[in-house]
Design a protein around this ligand. Structure first.
Ligand code: ATP
Ligand code: MG
Length: 457
């Protein structure tokens, strides 16, 4: 199948070809016709398989026809959980829409000055990409006219509909016309989402590319058991010496650990920097830009970098600390192995991580092979020594490659996913706000100065 057969506007096809895309990915092949037909859609496909273009190309296709409503407000609204992802999605929109005349794309994020955003919002807009908290502030101040809004997209939809965001997302959705087309996209969905989705979508089409278990086959997953922090640091050193490593993201559990580890690595001579929610937005953007341009070898990040971020040269993802929630593991390791490439995901687990590890393995349906590095053997051995899943790490990583077409199937129903607690309290979710936070109550809502220091990441 080619992009030409998808009935997209010729100038959109031209831009995708210029972006280097020749064949639509499976999610693009299946979602684009449903979206052009005007259906609401819930779509799931593995990380790094082109979901952004799957919703953005049909959105642009709509914009090729002028609106019948006289207004300057946005015609397409995309919500994302983090600021970095919002910026990346708006860049993708500009790239795919560059051949259409005068498509105006803007992003509205927390951590950016209000006057600049007020000015942007006072001009005609086609596509608005936003994080929910700041957008809601502008809506409540009457600065956005949604009268001609045609399409609402929730990227990373399972996160956007969990407790951290759902209130704001529902408020935003209720400010838009009921006639809108609504799209949910993510690599991970669970059954619980159906009920919430029913409040936002009208008889949605469900698209699922491959089962949870059939995915991730382009990412080699390894596990190292660790005894303590010093053992972990020595193992990290070993992984970072892998000569196939181009760029890596190391995930830590806390912002402070991200800073400490980035400092340690810099002291050891690595080009390393931290990324987390306590940094100001200029620093965050500067760090990610440096990573994208290859000026940074190792990004040490909290889960703020777990979802959606697309950097082609990330060959390794290292879970210095395991994520608390199984679906976060899938998103974290999905920062490597993108657009048909292969990648390596290394996770460190201690005796306290047994439950997390089990949940992750149940969620992915895959057992993570444990590896032992000669000279760095753990004293702690949760699985028997003759366990066939234990392997000696090869000196140089074995690289594999794959093509888009391999291993994709199609199923209409989402699988039951264990170990996933998307609506559980006690976690924080992104950049903007979190209704689980003790102070994030009615009093705080609508306050433009949301308390960033309470964010977990
Ligand atoms: N048809 C295509 N042919 C080649 N490359 C593509 C195609 N579509 C998208 N890509 C590239 O694939 C990469 C991953 O795309 P994208 O970020 O949209 O993935 P995703 O499915 O949204 O992943 P995630 O779940 O992590 O958000 C990007 O670099 C994008 O440019
Ligand atoms: Mg994405």
């Amino acid at each position: 199948m080619s992009f030409e057969t998808l009935n997209l506007h010729p100038l959109i096809i031209k831009a995708t070809l210029e972006a280097g895309y020749t064949i639509p990915t499976p999610i693009q092949q299946q979602a684009i016709p449903e979206l052009i037909a005007g259906h609401d859609v819930m779509a799931s496909a593995q990380t790094g398989t082109g979901k952004t273009a799957a919703f953005m190309l049909p959105a642009l296709h709509r914009l090729a026809t002028p609106s019948k409503v006289r207004s300057r407000g946005p015609r397409v609204l995309v919500l994302t959980p983090t600021r970095e992802l919002a910026l990346q999605v708006s860049e993708a929109a500009s790239k795919y829409g560059r051949r259409l005349s005068r498509i105006k794309v803007i992003s509205i994020l927390g951590g950016m000055p209000y006057p600049v955003q007020n000015k942007l919002l006072s001009q005609p807009i086609d596509i608005l990409v936003a994080t929910p908290g700041r957008l809601l502030d502008h809506i409540q101040r009457g600065r956005i006219d949604f009268s001609r809004l045609e399409m609402l997209v929730l990227d990373e939809a399972d996160r956007m509909l969990d407790m951290g965001f759902i209130d704001d997302v529902e408020k935003i959705a209720s400010a838009t016309p009921a006639t809108r087309q609504t799209l949910l996209f993510s690599a991970t969905f669970d059954n619980g989402i159906e009920k919430i989705a029913a409040r936002l979508l009208k008889t949605p089409k469900r698209i699922q590319i491959a089962t949870q278990q059939a995915r991730l086959d382009n990412i080699e997953q390894r596990l190292h058991y660790v005894d303590n922090l010093s053992h972990k640091n020595r193992l990290l050193g070993h992984v970072l010496r892998d000569e196939t490593l181009k760029q890596a993201i190391v995930f830590t559990a806390t912002k402070r650990d991200a800073d400490t580890l980035a400092d340690n690595l810099s002291t050891q001579g690595y080009d390393a920097a931290a990324l987390h929610g306590d940094m100001n937005q200029r620093e965050r953007t500067r760090t990610l830009t440096k990573l994208r341009r290859g000026g940074l070898q190792i990004l040490v990040a909290t889960d703020v970098a777990a979802r959606g971020i697309d950097v082609a040269d990330i060959t390794h993802v290292i879970n210095f600390d395991l994520p608390k929630f199984a679906e976060d593991y899938v998103h974290r390791i999905g920062r490597t192995g993108r657009a048909g490439a292969s990648g390596i995901a290394v996770s460190f687990a201690s005796g306290n991580d047994k439950i997390h590890l089990k949940r992750i393995e149940r969620f992915t349906g895959q057992c993570i092979t444990s590896h032992i590095v000669p000279g760095l053997e753990p004293r702690f051995k949760p699985r028997p020594a003759n366990d066939e899943r234990s392997r000696r790490t090869p000196g140089v990583a074995q690289k594999r490659s794959r093509s888009w077409s391999k291993a994709y199937g199609n199923k209409q129903n989402f699988n039951s996913i264990n170990g996933n607690r998307p609506n559980s309290p006690g976690r924080s979710y992104g950049d903007e706000n979190n209704s689980n936070r003790p102070f994030d109550n009615a009093h705080n809502r609508g306050n433009s100065r949301r308390k960033d220091q309470w964010q977990k990441f």
